[in-house]
Ligand binder design. Structure first.
Ligand code: ARG
Length: 276
């Protein structure tokens, strides 16, 4: 039980409304094109998340949705921004390829210097596979981002990148299996079985005090969460995470993004953080 209070810091997020969200193809085990999506409900759930960030004092920037890109709502995948420098994405699947250009264009059109915005050489799906702590950038591989993108990110950001091998297709992006709770320190929560034995050992070494998620909470996509240092917005169905988060001094806030879960994403997938 932690007694010192946690403090949040104001964040800036980039989000894209699910105006054209549907599931017409399947590139992860959550996506079943035969299951209908309730679009008005998806929009309402997404608006709840956007409004919640704003109510907490955060800034939400908006990316224009494209009717040809139904997964664009998962804005976390479009780039990684650390200390104001932007490493663009390069998607593993053809269905999402064009999202990368939309993100780069947004940065170039919204005040980022050309030198600070880089189109990558190797496949990486942005914050889907890159997670930033105080000391490191954690980087997923195995399903989407190429291991070569890890070196590229290390060189571009000048921060040590720790490669982590994902082994369970349900947890195809790092942000489905691990969440950074405190990026002023090095505090995370994760689901060990999503990782190879070697990567599990690396995580145990780097984060001996991590909050370990159960299989049930991971399967509710409970690790696909966003923390501002105090408030942790997470899928409300991940009920087992609430008490452990509170004991650590965090304020868990349950969100219902059930329609977007049909695309294989939740809170974090919808949220790209623009780190100053
Ligand atoms: N349907 C999308 C895909 O499979 C979901 C992306 C979820 N985003 C995330 N950051 N995990 O690519």
């Amino acid at each position: 039980m932690r007694t010192t209070p946690r403090t949040s810091s104001p964040r800036r997020y980039l989000m894209c409304p699910p105006t054209h969200f549907t599931v017409t193809y399947s590139i992860n085990p959550w996506m079943d094109p035969t299951k209908p999506v309730d679009l008005p409900l998806a929009l309402a759930q997404w608006e709840d998340l956007r409004d919640r960030y704003r109510a907490l004092g955060h800034t939400v920037e908006l990316l224009a949705p494209d009717p040809a890109l139904p997964d664009m709502v998962f804005a976390a995948n479009g780039a990684t921004v650390v200390e104001g420098r932007v490493l663009g994405a390069k998607f593993a699947h053809a269905e999402r390829t064009a999202e990368a250009g939309a993100h780069l264009a947004w940065f170039r059109g919204n005040g980022w210097a050309a030198d600070d915005v880089r189109a990558p050489e190797h496949v990486n799906e942005g914050e889907g596979d890159f997670a930033v702590t105080a000391s490191w950038i954690l980087a997923g591989r195995g399903f989407r981002s190429s291991p070569l993108s890890h070196d590229e990110a290390q060189e571009f950001f000048g921060r040590p990148v720790i490669g982590l091998e994902l082994v369970d297709p349900r947890y195809y992006h790092l942000d489905t299996a691990l969440c950074v709770l405190d990026d002023a320190g090095d505090e995370v929560m994760y689901y060990p079985d999503a990782f190879s034995p070697g990567s599990r050992a690396v995580l145990a070494r780097l984060f001996p005090d991590a909050l370990i998620a159960t299989a049930e909470d991971a399967a509710a996509l409970g690790l696909n969460a966003v923390s501002d240092g105090r408030n942790v917005l997470l899928p409300q169905a991940a009920v087992g995470l609430f008490e452990p988060l509170r004991r650590r001094g965090f304020e868990p806030i349950g969100m219902d993004l059930g329609e977007l879960l049909k695309g294989g994403g939740s809170v974090k997938c919808c949220t790209q953080e623009l780190r100053p």
